[in-house]
Design a protein around this ligand. Structure first.
Ligand SMILES: [Zn+2]
Length: 496
């Protein structure tokens, strides 16, 4: 468009993501992390914030944070410290949260993802450790309860650059980050249990009549599903454009705001004005020592990094010859991807294995609400079944039946194929007998075909089908084809 109403709108989106780390115990005490435990039963003087209780750093949480930071290509701090973020809220009995302010554990990284099949890089400003607050429970008429089981849960807060430009991209980032932290074992990233929470910062860059305008930045708080992240970002994009058209208000100092998400009405609603950092009176926590990291230890963690999903996808497409759109089904669950590699390493035909994983193994996994790896079948047996198909000993339909039997039997796929009578017959005499039978039963059609060479191809296909039927699906189709060819050639004197 080149008329006077020409308008370019570019959403500018950054994300803050809280990821719950997969530790057994809390960040600064030994209380177990257990979702759904009765309220205030997983607490101690430290996480209750009782006077005189001293925090002790959870080493595993630090290690998981460093692993995540490395995969986000962040610089790992050689010196990092803990700060108190002071605020007063019922779910925070200490009246401060232990977090990291000016010296986070890691910073300056990027995350590689694919959007619409295109590689994209999203800058990571920082990723720091902190503890979660408790939870207010509004289940009682007239008053509110506080459950402190969650207080002190280790969180990694990841802050991205405002490098995302649509609701789709924001969701894609979140989905691929979830896959990544699961791959690393850094987090279970279970959305239902609140292991990942998103807070997008959104505003618009609008170009109108040759002038550039930026709408005020809005932070939407506490989104706990991919769907609400997507919908909230999309809602804000539309709402901010609308508001800009009505009021012309643009970003200036101090007009950032927080909004909440109403999951029922699917709208954002204004919340209290956003605090600035100085409102929190950050200061170093005197109860916790700063941390320094030995480069050799960081190097060790780096060397233990698994093959990441984005690279594995490329390799699977090339090695297993699968279409790119099927890759997530094989790659997203690390144990399933590892199993496929193990089955291939056990000598299984790669292309056949991938087909089996995507078809009947995926189906059985879905029916049992698990993953293919969760079916618990040894890689050697998966490989053996794939090779029975590859060698022409069983056909594809039979393979699915054998797979089903494998789920409840520890016998080898070959033994099961024999027991179920599914091994293809490679007995040439037997197949020849079936071919003769099929030819005799369709003598007229065969004569027609011989008289009219245009019909010969259709006749061959028809006869093959008849022989397969006579054999109960057990005849090796390759041998059947060869024998039919030979018999027809004999009848025509070898002219076809
Ligand atoms: Zn505790």
């Amino acid at each position: 468009m080149t008329n006077a109403t020409e308008l370019t709108v570019e959403p500018i989106i950054g994300l803050e993501i809280h990821v719950q780390l997969a530790t057994r115990t809390k960040m600064f005490c030994g209380c177990p992390l257990e979702f759904g435990a009765p309220p205030n039963t997983r607490v101690c003087p430290v996480c209750l914030g009782l006077p005189g209780a001293l925090p002790v750093i959870n080493r595993q949480a630090v290690e998981l944070a460093v692993r995540a930071a490395l995969v986000l290509n962040c610089r790992i701090a050689t010196f990092t410290k803990w700060d108190r973020k002071n605020y007063y809220y019922p779910d925070l009995p200490k009246n401060y949260q232990i977090s990291q302010y000016d010296l986070p554990i890691s910073s300056d990284g990027y995350f590689e993802l694919t959007c619409d099949g295109q590689p994209r890089r999203v800058g990571i400003i920082r990723a720091h450790l902190e503890e979660d607050a408790g939870k207010n429970v509004h289940d009682f008429p007239g008053y509110t309860g506080v459950d402190l089981n969650r207080a002190g849960t280790p969180l990694l807060e990841i802050v991205t650059q405002p490098d995302l430009h649509s609701a789709d991209e924001a969701r894609e980032f979140a989905v691929q980050l979830q896959r990544l932290v699961r791959y690393l074992g850094v987090s279970e990233a279970n959305m239902q249990e609140g292991h990942m929470r998103f807070e997008p910062n959104i505003n618009l860059r609008i170009i109108s009549g040759g002038q550039e305008f930026r709408t005020p930045i809005v932070e939407v708080k506490n989104l706990n599903s991919f769907r609400s992240l997507y919908l909230a970002v999309q809602y804000e994009i539309d709402r901010q454009l609308e508001q800009w058209r009505e009021t012309g208000e643009t970003a200036a100092m101090g007009n950032k705001s927080n909004r909440g998400w109403d999951d029922v009405k699917e709208i954002t609603l204004p919340q209290r004005e956003k605090e600035e950092a100085h409102d929190y009176r950050y200061f170093p926590d005197p109860d916790l020592v700063p941390m320094t990291f030995d480069p050799a230890w960081v190097g060790q963690l780096q060397s233990e990094m698994p093959e990441l999903p984005i690279r594995r996808t490329e390799r699977f497409v090339a090695e297993y010859r699968i279409p790119a759109q099927d890759a997530p089904a094989l790659v997203d669950d690390r144990r399933t991807a590892d199993l496929l590699d193990s089955a291939a390493a056990a000598g299984g035909d790669k292309v056949t294995l991938a087909k089996h994983f995507l078809s009947f193994w995926a189906k059985h996994a879905n029916e049992r609400a698990t993953t293919v790896a969760g079916l618990g079948i040894a890689p050697q047996r998966l490989a053996e079944l794939a090779n029975l198909v590859q060698a022409g000993k069983v056909n594809a339909t039979a393979a699915a039946q054998i797979a089903e039997a494998m789920l409840s039997s520890s016998d080898s796929p070959t033994a099961l194929a024999e027991r179920l009578g599914l091994l293809q017959s490679r007995d040439t005499d037997q197949i020849a007998a079936w071919v003769d039978q099929a030819l005799a039963a369709n003598a007229q059609a065969v004569q027609d075909a011989i008289a009219n060479p245009k019909k010969i191809k259709a006749a061959r296909g028809f006869l093959t089908g008849q022989v397969m039927k006579l054999s109960g699906g057990k005849a090796d189709p390759k041998i059947v084809g060869e024998l039919i060819e030979k018999k027809l050639a004999e009848k025509t004197g070898g002219n076809h």
